[in-house]
Design a protein around this ligand. Structure first.
Ligand code: ADP
Ligand code: MG
Length: 291
């Protein structure tokens, strides 16, 4: 039987933006000394502004560039994709229809147009595949914390789109409160290292890792647990599901994917990371009463 004080806490949880899927997580919360967090959609809104769109090849103008990029993104539900498709619509640019659109996990997307393969991918992909890019040209965007996606065809960059995200309004206060509780925050993101560094600094987070593949996020959480830490992992995407499962407590953002929610012990249904502080307080009070 569920102790009376526990069932009462579960309903209090509901009024605090929390769905507690595993009651054990309330007891485990006392042990938490690290909190690992995804960036996009978890600490940030995941609603991007297009800050730059530029063709870097004479074979293509900015409108054609946007039409192909939006065409590829029509096959994705990633926050970047939604923002780019919306941007094209605002600019009255009709997306080009591509075939065989696929996600390249941690890198971006690909599609085929008139028998040619097009890639919409990040700097990590360019570096790993030794594709040349004018670093100078994109550095000003990187310095401002932008996420950049490059359109590549036949091993050549045709242009890029630079996107900026907004930090959620409660994120900075939330990080302060974690630190006051001696819980160390670490940001784990698939985004470029510059964006990771700049956003972490703005949020007051001292530890961060960028350019992580989903399995890398999982490995970081596993390593922290092996080192004797008790980790809470917070995320919103399919790519966060393995690390949510590996953590002592997995927390999913309510607006996130079903896969993330299914892997989580706690769901923040208002998608506000600040509600984690309410979870910690509630757990603390519950266990003080039962002991
Ligand atoms: P995270 O949620 O930590 O940002 P993801 O694995 O979702 O991690 O994405 C990692 C990176 O892969 C993004 O920063 C972006 O560069 C690239 N990416 C993923 N999906 C897309 C997409 N649909 N369009 C463009 N880039 C993408
Ligand atoms: Mg995410």
């Amino acid at each position: 039987a569920i102790p009376l004080v526990m069932s009462r806490s579960t309903s209090i949880a509901a009024t605090n933006g929390l769905i507690i899927r595993d009651n054990q997580s309330m007891e485990n919360s006392r042990k938490i000394d690290y909190i690992a967090m995804d960036k996009t959609g978890t600490l940030t809104e995941g609603k991007f502004n297009v800050n730059g769109l530029q063709s870097t090849d004479e074979s293509i103008d900015d409108n054609k560039l946007l039409a192909i990029i939006a065409g590829i993104e029509s096959g994705s539900s990633h926050p970047i994709a939604n923002s780019v498709v919306q941007y094209a619509q605002d600019k009255k640019v009709t997306p080009v229809a591509l075939e065989n659109i696929k996600a390249l996990k941690g890198y971006g997307m690909s599609g085929t147009l008139a028998g040619h393969d097009y890639y919409l991918i990040n700097m990590k992909f360019l570096n790993e595949n030794k594709i040349a890019v004018d670093k100078q040209l994109v550095q000003t965007y990187l310095d401002k914390g932008n996420t950049i996606s490059f359109l590549v065809n036949d091993g050549k960059v045709l242009g890029f789109v630079a996107l900026g995200d907004t930090i959620k309004k409660n994120t900075v206060e939330f990080i302060k409160e974690l630190k006051a509780r001696n819980i160390t925050p670490i940001m784990l993101t698939g985004d470029n290292k510059d964006a990771a560094a700049i956003m972490a600094k703005q949020m007051g987070i001292d530890e961060f890792r960028g350019e992580l593949l989903p399995e890398d996020k999982h490995k970081v959480v596993e390593q922290l647990e092996r080192d004797g830490h008790h980790v809470m992992m917070v995320g919103d995407g399919i790519n966060d599901a393995p690390s949510l499962a590996a953590a002592t407590i997995g927390v999913a953002i309510g607006a996130g994917t079903d896969v993330a929610i299914d892997s989580a012990d706690v769901v923040l249904y208002n998608s506000d990371p600040g509600d984690i502080i309410k979870f910690l307080k509630l757990s603390h009070n519950t266990y003080r009463k039962t002991i």
